[in-house]
Design a protein around this ligand. Structure first.
Ligand code: BGC
Length: 387
């Protein structure tokens, strides 16, 4: 792929994220799939990060202000469930803070499996990244109460079973949820300078090592020894595990071996949602990991596989190939909800994140290579480039 084409594709996907952002800052999961006409903290917090990486700090800031207001709107729910848990009460998962909000920031009363703490962790992490991008070392005053409230919520429920990042399996503790919670608690601990949150993040890290010590890789959850591609986030971006950690490397190998399709990476072995096609979000996540271990070729391969999935109008869907992999389940979901989302905001976001990371990697290595060269090497290199 040429650099001009690459820059064009990044700009086009940034444009898609901006197009899918309402003026109040909310970012819709997908404009063309009725079930996704909401703002999920998970999808949108990754999208805000992509906006920051692309230099769109104003838009990312608007998203974080929107979350602040949405969290203020459910402050009583968050406080109530924290107090109830501390009193030892059993809580109804259907009445926990929501995974997704209406675009106006209100909550939606329905039977969605809302108790998903990962999104709150990803929000705090993404906010931390945003403040870093705009050179703010501390939380702006108007956001303080929400940041503290969400961090308390995470610290209270960090090790509770809840629904996972795929909104399933509400009776288990999930590896990628723990990664997101760790990222959020770390960010809050540093931003608020509160050691209690950092200590809790360490407890989460310790919990993660349990499966690795038992079985040698990071399992999907406390009730499922399969792998799940969202465990890639353990290292990039949440940094709870080092990218060269032996059990993590084994996890990545298992993910590649068991979850690769021609179009990229699917979610987990027994997935049936729309036949379980390849998700650009996950293929890009794998590429992000490859880059963190200096595997530029692997990262480029992932970027190119996602790049090949854009349609003629520049839309990038949720998943690809499920119709061929498992036609029966694909059709079941089409009958229920129509075809899978054709334009999914966080698919664009992860493509942007990977593409920018690759560009930066390339630039810094070129600069590094040139500055470390002797005069003779440099002239040889120059003639190679021009020749
Ligand atoms: C996915 C979630 C995602 C939601 C909105 C669901 O199908 O499993 O991870 O947040 O769609 O995109």
């Amino acid at each position: 792929m040429t650099y001009e084409n690459d820059a064009f594709m990044i700009r086009r996907s940034v444009g898609a994220i901006l197009r899918n952002q309402a003026s109040n800052g909310a970012i819709v999961a997908s404009p063309d799939f009725a079930q996704y006409h909401f703002c999920w903290l998970r999808d949108a917090s990754f999208s805000a990060y992509a906006l920051d990486r692309a230099g769109e700090q104003e838009a990312s800031g608007r998203y974080h202000s929107w979350v602040n207001e949405a969290v203020e709107g459910i402050a009583d729910i968050i406080d109530r469930v924290i107090e109830a848990r501390l009193r030892g009460e059993v809580l109804d998962p259907m009445h926990m803070p929501p995974a997704r909000f209406a675009i106006d920031g209100s909550t939606v009363v329905d039977d969605w499996p809302n108790f998903q703490i990962d999104g709150y962790g990803t929000w705090l992490w993404s906010l931390g990244q945003h403040l870093d991008a705009i050179g703010e070392a501390t939380v702006p005053k108007n956001l303080l109460a929400s940041v503290r409230r969400v961090a308390r919520y995470l610290a209270t429920f960090a090790l509770s079973p809840c629904y996972d990042v795929w909104e399933e399996n509400g009776d288990a503790i999930h590896t990628s949820t723990l990664a997101c919670v760790y990222g959020g608690l770390q960010a809050a601990g540093h931003l608020l300078d509160e050691v209690e949150f950092l200590d809790c993040a360490e407890t989460v890290r310790a919990q993660l090592s349990v499966s690795a010590a038992r079985i040698g890789y990071y399992v999907k959850s406390s009730t499922d020894d399969d792998v799940d591609a969202s465990s890639l986030w353990l290292s990039s971006p949440f940094g709870v595990i080092n990218s060269t950690d032996e059990s993590f490397s084994k996890t990545v190998t298992l993910i590649e071996d068991q979850l690769s399709l021609d179009e990229g990476i699917r979610r987990y072995p027994t997935d049936v949602y729309f036949g379980s096609g390849a998700w650009p979000v996950l293929t890009a996540s794998l590429g992000w990991h490859h880059l963190s271990v200096d595997d530029v070729e692997g990262a480029t391969r992932c970027r190119d596989s996602v790049a090949a999935l854009f349609d003629d109008e520049g839309f990038l869907g949720e998943q690809f190939g499920g119709d061929r992999r498992d036609p029966k389940h694909y059709q079941e979901w089409v009958d229920r909800w129509g075809p899978p989302a054709r334009d999914l905001t966080w698919s664009h976001a992860m493509f942007v994140v990977l593409s920018i990371a690759l560009k930066e990697y390339d630039t810094s290595n070129r600069v590094g290579a040139v500055t470390s060269m002797s005069g003779d090497d440099e002239s040889r290199e120059n003639s190679r480039r021009t020749g």
